[in-house]
Write a protein that binds this ligand. Structure first.
Ligand code: ADP
Ligand code: MG
Length: 614
């Protein structure tokens, strides 16, 4: 009896293994055929020839033409990976992960083996990895360990048009190393037509254009401005669903919270639609969405149903979802802005640029004629939207980048080869902030503290807090704090259909109940992963793990060390900690004197040394 069941079991397993292999083979074959239908396929050989001939190429191609998923594979097939890895940078974490997953599928390999990805605090690569998708910030950090990127044969700076801070800095660094590494190939790829600017910057590099398919897109505007774009977006989605022929819908929103709100309201409203109306599948996509749910947006829509993708800007150019026929564009996105006078950085909801609006509309016309519903007036479009978004380097805090550049031995920041230089005021502020944190000395040179800080992939204020914890013997507690701050506000999860406070009240304010219900295990695990990595980095900068939980003042002093010079801007409201003004004098005598600080701990007058640092 037992035996036969074992045999049966084995046979069954063999069968399913065989099925698995067949299925995998079939999927791989199907995917190989699909690859050949992409617009870029026709240009494969021509592109490879150009790469062979030129060291730097600017590649322009319509979104969805296959740049990100195909070019690294072509390079691999042509033998470039035999000489070194192929890097492909992405401004967004989700894009790096999702594209790597797709390419590993197409190549029929396990993600993390030949094809992998690397994003902050998550390295899904191995010794075997030949094609590495990564955030631009991660490649920037790799310069710290490998200043000539010797292990790479090709660097593809993808989504160059996004002009993120890290991409802009990468431009300068890769341009520099390409001069003494003639074997290194550089591909700068972009979805938009401002290719001339990239070409000019890279010493007149040739421009390779990949014509995409584009079907006509009908653009509709609202007659009058909308008072509430969330509400307008919901109404528009439902109207499309009820009145328009089949085809999926893509809605551009500014962030997770908006997406969750609309998701919930749409679910609620479609419940009452009755069986005559097709099913509406709601698929959210944003940076913090768990990986297994991210794949859902790519699943084909079942016959008779309609999909609505609720996305952040990620769907503008980074990710292409097939089957989209309708785009709903409220006209907003979150952008970072920085006031160098106060040192304050904030994420604000802003109107998008005309270039963005056009990109968004284009997403509906990829597989057939599309429609774009703009939730603003044509007057708004013509007169209120800027032509392009200002590059991040011109609207952000530069402390982190300045610290990285200084660690790379680049001292003369004013003459760094920026494509568009940052405002000198922002550079000065960054130098002052790093001086206040003792990362730079008064001559603007990197200190030992600064060198140690640069090892941590964190905001300089957090890195300083960790480095300072050595002195107060509380590194154990401080890295826990830093890792919790790094997972951000996703520790607590509130199911939308639960009224938190009242349910809590019903249990007579039970702590156990909170524990059971409102803590995101996933986020805690992520915090634990980050903490493990920070612990590893502590070892690297030779700071012993020591715990000082009973001495809260010590921990607060370490935190205060990380806030020197900028704590009054309280960048992260979660880090509000009571501190005593005279601690500032103890912690940073080079920056604060007793007469400088008043009762609120505000520094009255800059000593001016920070200014001298330039
Ligand atoms: P580009 O970089 O030129 O915008 P991509 O290489 O990203 O183009 O996309 C090419 C094709 O691959 C698109 O049809 C897209 O839908 C598909 N694709 C990309 N990523 C995934 C994924 N994770 N799952 C399924 N399909 C994907
Ligand atoms: Mg792409």
């Amino acid at each position: 009896f037992v035996k036969s069941s074992v045999i049966e079991g084995t046979q069954h397993e063999e069968d399913s293994d065989q099925e698995d292999i067949d299925e995998k083979d079939m999927l791989k074959r199907e995917l190989q055929d699909e690859r050949k239908t992409l617009p870029i396929y026709k240009f494969r050989d021509e592109l490879l020839k150009a790469v062979e001939e030129y060291q730097v190429i600017v590649i322009v191609g319509e979104t969805g033409s296959g740049k990100t998923t195909q070019i690294p594979q072509y390079l691999h097939e042509a033998g470039y990976t035999a000489k070194g890895k192929v890097a492909c940078t992405q401004p967004r974490r989700v894009a790096a992960m999702s594209v790597a997953a797709r390419v590993s599928q197409e190549m029929g390999v396990k993600l993390g083996h030949e094809v992998g990805y690397s994003i902050r605090f998550e390295d899904c690569t191995s010794e075997k990895t030949l094609i590495k998708y990564m955030t631009d910030g991660m490649l920037l950090r790799e310069f710290l360990g490998e200043p000539d990127l010797a292990s790479y044969s090709v660097v593809m700076v993808d989504e160059a048009h996004e002009r993120t801070l890290s991409t802009d800095i990468l431009f300068g660094l890769v341009k520099d190393i390409s001069r003494f590494r003639p074997d290194l190939k550089l591909l700068i790829s972009s979805a938009t037509l401002d290719a001339e600017k990239f070409s000019d910057y890279f010493d007149s590099a040739p421009i390779f254009k990949i014509p995409g398919r584009r079907y006509p897109v009908e653009v509709h505007y609202t007659k009058a401005p909308e008072a509430d774009y969330i509400d307008a977006a919901i109404v528009t989605v439902l109207q499309i669903h009820v009145t328009q022929p089949p085809g999926d819908i893509l809605v551009f929103l500014t962030g997770q919270e908006e997406i969750e709100t609309i998701d919930e309201i749409l679910k609620h409203r479609t419940r009452g639609l009755g069986t005559k109306i097709a099913e509406l599948l709601i698929c959210p996509i944003y940076a913090n969405l768990p990986t297994e749910l991210q794949a859902k947006i790519f699943e084909p829509t079942p016959e008779g149903a309609r999909k609505v993708v609720l996305a952040t800007n990620i769907a503008e150019t980074s990710l292409t979802i097939d089957g989209i026929k309708y785009v709903v564009d409220p006209g907003f996105c979150k952008i970072k802005s920085y006031n160098p006078r106060t040192g304050m950085e904030s994420l604000l909801i802003n109107p998008i640029s005309k270039a963005s609006a056009n990109q968004r509309a284009g997403r509906s016309g990829r597989t057939g004629p599309g429609k774009c519903f703009r939730l603003y007036t044509s007057y708004n479009y013509m007169h209120d939207l800027e032509d392009n978004t200002v590059p991040e380097i011109q609207r952000t805090n530069l402390a982190n980048v300045v610290l990285t550049l200084k660690s790379l031995g680049i001292h003369d920041l004013v003459n760094f080869d920026f494509m568009d230089p940052p405002p000198s005021e922002a550079l000065l502020k960054a130098l002052e902030q790093l001086f206040a944190l003792s990362a730079l000395n008064s001559r603007g040179e990197l200190t030992k503290t600064g060198r140690r800080m640069a090892e941590f992939p964190l905001d300089p204020m957090l890195s300083k807090m960790i480095v300072a914890s050595e002195k107060y013997k509380c590194s154990d507690e401080v890295i826990s704090i830093a890792s919790m701050l790094s997972v951000g506000n996703s520790i607590f999860y509130r199911p939308k259909d639960k009224q938190v406070y009242n349910s809590w009240k019903e249990t007579d304010y039970s702590t156990q109940w909170c524990y059971e219900n409102y803590i995101q295990v996933r986020s805690m695990k992520r915090a634990r992963d980050i903490r493990d990595q920070l612990e590893g980095l502590l070892e690297r900068v030779e700071i012993e793990i020591s715990s000082n939980a009973s001495d809260l003042d010590a921990i607060k002093k370490a935190i205060t060390s990380g806030k020197n010079g900028s704590y009054r801007t309280v960048k992260n409201p979660q880090t509000v900690t009571e501190l005593k003004p005279d601690w500032l004098v103890e912690i940073a005598p080079h920056y604060y004197q007793l007469k400088d600080v008043d009762d609120t701990g505000t520094k009255k007058l800059p000593k001016g040394q920070g200014r001298a640092a330039l």
